[in-house]
Each structure stands twice: as structure tokens, then as C-alpha cells.
Design a protein around this ligand. Sequence first.
Ligand code: AHM
Ligand code: MG
Length: 335
Amino acid sequence: MTKKNQTLGEFIIENQSSFKYSSGELSKLINAIRLAAKVVNHEVNKAGLVDILGDAGDTNVQGEEQKKLDVFANEKFISTLKNREIVCGIASEEEDSFIAINSNDNKHQNKYVVLIDPLDGSSNVDVNVSVGTIFSIYRRVTPVGTPVTLADFLQPGNKQVAAGYVVYGTSTMLVYTTGDGVNGFTLNPALGTFYLSHPNMQFPETGKIYSVNEGNYVHFLQGVKDYIKYCQQEEGDRPYTSRYIGSLVSDFHRNMIKGGIYMYPKSSVTESGKLRLLYECNPMAFIAEQANGLAVGGKSRIMDIEPTELHQRVPFFCGSRKMVEKLQECLDKYH
Ligand code: AHM
Ligand code: MG
């Protein structure tokens, strides 16, 4: 049961019973993310004021430049999660390999792993456009009492126990699911409190927005080109509207509220697309499905892909059910 005007803290406590595992730990985990999100939000909000913009000088594992805020967000989420005795490991888009939490004192008793994209779309920070944090939570598959291994992180998305995102936008929101629907909380910056503002979020069955980087059009597969042409044709409720922020969390969030489809296809230049299965696609797919939407990778459901490496990229199509089905129909014509 969801009520309006509830704080996130109250909501977590009231809804513990709907979670199938021991709920106290997961609640602690969501609380840790809530706390780190508030600190990162504070930093993101003042990005234009302080000398924090610009490259940190490091490159991440994908060879991309890191902005200082990426580094800050990465450190903040990791340290907040580490300081609580809940997770046995963390994998971050900004780290080459996973971080094992050395909980020798409690003999590796922690049961959860967290995968995180600490500041997605960070190239938007320089131009004052929304960015986000994406997180994904699994139960470890190796026995409690032993050190965490790569296998604990390489689980298909259908094994997620929770996932969510924070969008640092005109308002800051935290949206998450534990497999029992999707709820959105808006931060009241004056009080530093998240309030339940969007209970039981649902993708409209269909929509009028398509979001894709059309600059890459010539490189797309024919099925994707056909679908884009379909979106642009004048017929029925079409042409659709094209909206692309270039910040996955914001594009997804808008499409979930208004109805739409987000696409990051593979192309003749990016063989697997751009987005990372574990840090971006799986958590967004879990939220989408919990909100009556769909997420596919071209041939199959995103959450059924068996991951083979931490930083694996996959094509990603996600949004209103009918729109994703139509896209799939276009793709299927060619294989
Ligand atoms: P990032 O994790 O390096 O920020 O990249 C992911 C972002 C997504 O938020 C966004 O949808 C996409 O990259 C935009 O990519 P492009 O500029 O190629 O359209
Ligand atoms: Mg990212």
C-alpha cells in the first residue's frame, strides 16, 4: 500500500514486509543510497558555482574522460555503502574491477552486491543539464562466509532484488523498485527529505516520444531505421515527437511519465551499442518492467542476458510496451 506525503524513510519501513528476503538489510542499503544521493545532489547543484568542473585527468575503464563530479559521486557512493555492514562487494562503472568489502571481522557475512553508475550522463554537467545515478542490487550467489567473487556480479538482470535511479533535475528524485512496483520520491531541498511524490509509477501503454541519437542514423541497422521512419510518418497519432537529452536517466524518466521509447542501438561503428548491461541496462529494465514497460536488447529481453564481463555493452530499447513491441517487429523483419 502506498500513501502520499510519506517520507522515503517511512515508506521503507512500512513496505519492508513486501520484500521476500530479510528486509532490514535491504532497507539499510536503500537508506545508504538515499544518504549518498543527497550529498551528491548537493555537489551537483553547486557545480556551476565552484571550480569543480572540468576533467579530473583520469580516464575510466572505457577510455572516457572522467569529470570531477564523476569521481566525487563514485567515491561518495562507495564509501557510504562500505561503511555499513550490508554489502560484500561493489562494482562501479568508474572502476576497472569490483571492490570486495573486506568484512573479515564479520567473516564475510554480508549478502548483497551493488552495481552502480555513480553519475550517468556526466558530460551534461558542464552545460547545466540533468544527470543521474543508477543502481542495481543482487543477493550474492557464492556462500555467505566466503569472499565475494566475480560470479556474484555477473548475474542476469532477472536476479535483481532492487534497482533504482536518482535524477538530479529541476527537482531531484529517487525512483526505485524492490520487485513490487515502482515508486518515486522527490527531494525537498529545504529539509533534505525525500517525499513520496509518484506512487506506483507506470509507463503509459503507448506514447508519442522517441528518444535516440539520430546523429548516428546512417550507422543503424535497417530495422532501427525502419522504426524511426515509422515514428516520423504522418498517420494516426504519428508523427511522434523526438526528444533526446543524452542523459539516460532523464530520457527514461520523461518517457515513463509521458509515454515513449528510448533507443541506444548497435550500429556499424559501435558493435554492441554504448550502454553497459550491468550498470545501466539491467537496472533500467527492471524498473521498466515493474512499471508495465518493456526493455529488449534487439533479440531478447534485457534481463535474460547472461553477462560475461563487468563492463559489457549491449544494444538497449526500452519504454512503453506497445512502442517496444512495434520496434521489435521492425527488427525481427531482418533476422
Ligand atoms: P556515460 O555513462 O558515459 O555518461 O554514458 C551514458 C550516456 C547515457 O546517459 C546517454 O543516454 C548516452 O550516454 C548518450 O550517448 P550519446 O552521446 O552517444 O548519444
Ligand atoms: Mg553511464
